[in-house]
Ligand binder design. Structure first.
Ligand SMILES: Cc1ncc(COP(=O)(O)O)c(C=O)c1O
Length: 425
């Protein structure tokens, strides 16, 4: 069921089935590295020559450059996004018995940071349209023991801060943004990480700004939190061998900072490429008439969505069979996340059961992430969507026959760039 486009982009995106590719990777870091190879190696050599491997000048420079890019007064780098979350909660004095509200539909580190401090994660359900934490459920779960709220800007889309901020303010609670997947996403023109009390980012290689290993950073507009974070990431030590508080060792390596400084100037363009890819997917899913089978994520009208992942919902219960079909056809996919955190074995003692968070559980069963990386090309995207159409067509002959007689949907590649108020990021 391959439909031909009729518009100006036809040569770019139209192909008979025989031209479909044999494989499409979920992520191809080598394509990005190929464009920056010499600069990255030079940067690594410079650090090796300097002998300053931990928190060196490159780290300070990177922090300053990120502060400018995100328009936030304080950037404090650390060893990973997981540590960023831990340090943020430590800076807010979260401790034994405190409750912290987090989504269950997120990466493990969002909740494990809470439990590592002896505090209790209280899981909130998601909005099924965005997969982001549902502010109404957050509000319902606030108790006298609640000490913080951690929204996750999952897949690159900012959580509903219009709703969350007044809820937190009314309850007198700080907001820790888990922005690990959302660097350069915005909300009414302001970058994620500057929308709450403290923001936590990851440089894990699959992130939009990925290092050559682990790394992370924190952002804050609050001078008091910035001061605590700088102490906490170096064992609470100031001056050398004098410890004011008990911190951890979570410093960014200079080699990571040097590599990231090569990449940062390209991040805005890479982000725009992701947005273009997301728009192209939406057009392709419409063109292949998959609306009854697949729910495609929408744009965020209140800010910039940075598409760390393009996660679609497979309507019905075909997700795993579709994934197996795509794997057979060489199309890389991933499930983010197959087991919601409230149902993880290690959290069984917290007493959550299946059925407690219905939208989270449904998303875990129905969603699948497709390739969205900036260097992905139009033919690769067409292959992904055509292979999905093939799966549904193969199972339902009568539908496929009806579809081939239908008129082709005009294909329009949207100019999916950031909004005017997003130019800073
Ligand atoms: C939502 C979320 N939070 C936290 C993290 C932890 O980041 P890191 O892998 O750098 O520790 C990640 C990244 O994997 C993430 O996706």
């Amino acid at each position: 069921m391959i439909r031909r486009s009729t518009d100006a982009h036809a040569t770019e995106t139209t192909s008979p089935a025989a031209d479909l590719l044999n494989s499409v990777p979920l992520l191809a870091l080598d394509r990005q590295y190929d464009t920056l190879r010499d600069q990255i190696r030079e940067a690594i050599n410079r650090v090796c020559d300097s002998g300053r491997f931990v928190l060196g000048p490159d780290v300070a420079e990177l922090e300053a450059e990120l502060a400018t890019a995100l328009d936030v007064p304080h950037v404090i780098s650390c060893a990973s996004g997981s540590d960023a979350l831990l340090l943020a909660l430590m800076a807010l004095d979260i401790g034994v018995g405190d409750e912290v509200i987090v989504p269950s539909y997120t990466f493990f580190a969002t909740a494990s940071a809470v439990t590592r401090l002896g505090a209790v994660p209280i899981f909130a359900d998601i909005d099924p349209a965005t997969y982001l934490v549902d502010p109404r459920d957050v509000e319902r779960k606030i108790s006298t023991r609640t000490k913080a709220i951690v929204p996750v800007h999952l897949f690159g889309r900012t959580a509903d801060m219009d709703a969350l901020r007044p809820i937190a303010a009314r309850a007198g609670l700080p907001i820790v943004e888990d922005a690990a997947q959302s660097i350069l996403s915005t909300w009414h023109g302001r970058c994620s990480g500057s929308l709450g009390d403290v923001g936590c980012f990851s440089f894990y290689p699959t992130k939009n700004l990925g290092g050559a290993g682990d790394g992370g950073f924190l952002t804050t507009t609050r001078d008091d939190i910035a001061k605590s974070l700088k102490l906490l990431r170096v064992h609470g030590m100031e001056p050398r061998y004098y410890h004011e508080v008990i911190g951890i060792n979570s410093r960014l390596d200079s080699i990571q900072a040097a590599v990231l400084r090569v990449k940062l100037p390209h991040l805005d363009a890479w982000t725009t490429a992701r947005q273009v890819n997301a728009g192209r997917y939406r057009d392709l899913f419409a063109e292949y008439d998959l609306a009854g089978r697949i729910a495609v994520p929408g744009e965020e009208p209140r800010g910039r969505h940075v598409w760390n992942q393009f996660v679609v919902r497979v309507l019905g219960d075909d997700r795993d069979a579709l994934r197996a079909h795509l794997a057979k056809r060489g199309v890389g996919t991933e499930i983010y996340y197959p087991v919601p955190l409230h149902l993880q074995k290690c959290f069984a003692h917290l007493g959550w059961a299946k059925g407690d968070l219905p939208e989270t559980e449904r998303a875990a069963e129905q969603t699948i992430a497709l390739p969205i990386f900036p260097e992905l090309d139009a033919m690769e995207q067409r292959t992904v969507v055509a292979r999905i159409a093939e799966f549904f067509g193969a199972g339902r002959r009568e539908r496929a026959a009806a579809a081939t007689s239908a008129l082709p949907t005009p294909h329009v590649l949207r100019r999916a760039v950031g909004k005017a108020d997003d130019v800073r990021c």
